[in-house]
Design a protein around this ligand. Structure first.
Ligand SMILES: [Zn+2]
Length: 68
């Protein structure tokens, strides 16, 4: 194996690892339907897997809060 092809192989592996990691992050994200504590408007949020408390700003009234 030449130096050139070894470098290409290494770069390919790094690229594949990065792509897999991105997929895992996307797959692990969950959607949360949060209802604003101030105006009651529904807000659709994205949270990482296992994360239940997400800080967000209500899209309707701009009230800053955390999901329960
Ligand atoms: Zn609100």
């Amino acid at each position: 194996m030449s130096k050139q092809s070894m470098r290409e192989e290494a770069e390919r592996l790094i690229r594949e690892t990065m792509e897999k990691r991105n997929l895992v992050v996307k797959h692990g994200a969950t959607r949360i339907e949060a209802v604003c504590g101030k105006c009651g408007a529904p807000n659709r949020l994205q949270a990482d897997r296992g994360e239940t408390r997400v800080k967000y700003v209500c899209k309707q009234c701009g009230h800053k809060q955390e999901t329960l």
